[in-house]
Design a binder for this molecule. Structure first.
Ligand code: SAM
Length: 286
């Protein structure tokens, strides 16, 4: 997965994404985190990219042209990287098998696209490269969208600041609007990092076996069961005896019950969408 983040604060992105599991994933080539500094496209000596809002009111608005140039630069880099990756695969002579790989190789042999055609270009999955604007004015990111985005090979993420970004450049460049929650942040960088973190967990190779769970919160709209590790007793609190039995059937059953009870207590809104529970209660035909 290749990420291209258009931001006023590239260091913030690299700092977050360069740490722990994600940092290791980037080092090992499972993800790549690229940034485009919107300020590099400022037309002012001050390097500012914001201006007063038409119509008056508080706050500043990010100008359309620097944002447009930054997104175009991100798309160009994405395309160049896609070609390089395709050439590398072709040179490796690896038979990737999947139709997707054949398509990559075909694209590597194509002449470079012109500026005009680039706008309409599509990814190996046949779609236009997704350009995601992080904004509170959108549907909140959930596991379904995370898994959908993880199927892309590249994502362009656009981070706003101040009052936001001139609407016209959003209309012209953005394909998806994503919020990370019903609250307002000072900028889109944390939102972009949240999205990249959640998506990267689905990229093969990013998580080692001991870091991924067969059951995760949100899987089938259930929260995950509670976890315990050594010592067996801590501050007078004992590990639930069933976990010490070695009986995997019983342990699975207990964990499932715990997941349901926890979801009922903390997120009852999720339960109505749980396919497994629905089937359990009402039968497969309901
Ligand atoms: N004036 C905007 C509004 O009321 O919708 C809020 C702008 S906010 C102060 C600045 C930037 O932070 C936004 O352009 C967006 O990129 C980012 N942002 C703020 N809250 C967010 C959220 N909940 N999810 C994702 N991005 C957010």
């Amino acid at each position: 997965m290749r990420y291209y983040v258009c931001t006023l604060f590239p260091d913030m992105i690299h700092q977050i994404m360069g740490t722990s599991i994600l940092g290791r994933a980037e080092k090992n080539g499972y993800i790549s985190v690229n940034t485009v500094n919107i300020r590099d496209f400022s037309r002012k000596n001050s390097m500012r990219v914001d201006d007063y809002p038409y119509g008056g009111g508080a706050g500043m608005v990010m100008e359309p042209e620097p944002v447009y140039q930054a997104v175009q630069a991100a798309l160009q880099r994405a395309e160049a990287d896609r070609r390089a990756e395709a050439s590398r695969r072709a040179a490796d002579g690896r038979s990737a098998g999947a139709e997707q790989r054949a398509e990559l190789d075909r694209r590597a042999a194509e002449p470079a696209q012109t500026e005009e055609s680039r706008e309409e270009k599509s990814t190996p999955s046949g779609r236009r490269t997704r350009v995601i604007y992080l904004t509170p004015q959108a549907k909140v990111l959930d596991q379904t969208l995370v898994e959908e985005l993880a199927r892309e090979e590249e994502l362009v993420l656009l981070c706003g600041h101040y009052e936001g970004i001139d609407e016209r450049v959003l209309q012209e460049t953005v394909t998806d609007y994503v919020s990370i929650g019903d609250y307002v942040l000072t900028g889109g960088e944390l939102g972009a990092a949240v999205l990249m973190d959640a998506v990267s967990r689905f990229v093969p190779g990013v998580l080692h076996n001991d870091e991924s769970s067969q059951f995760e919160s949100m899987q089938d709209n259930l929260l995950e069961y509670p976890h315990f590790t050594r010592p067996e007793e801590w501050h007078g609190r004992k590990v639930p005896p069933v976990l010490l039995t070695g009986d995997h059937g019983k342990i699975e059953e207990w964990r499932y019950q715990q997941a349901v009870a926890r979801t009922q207590e903390r997120r009852p809104d999720l339960l109505k969408n749980s396919f497994t529970l629905h089937t359990f209660w009402y039968g497969p035909q309901a």
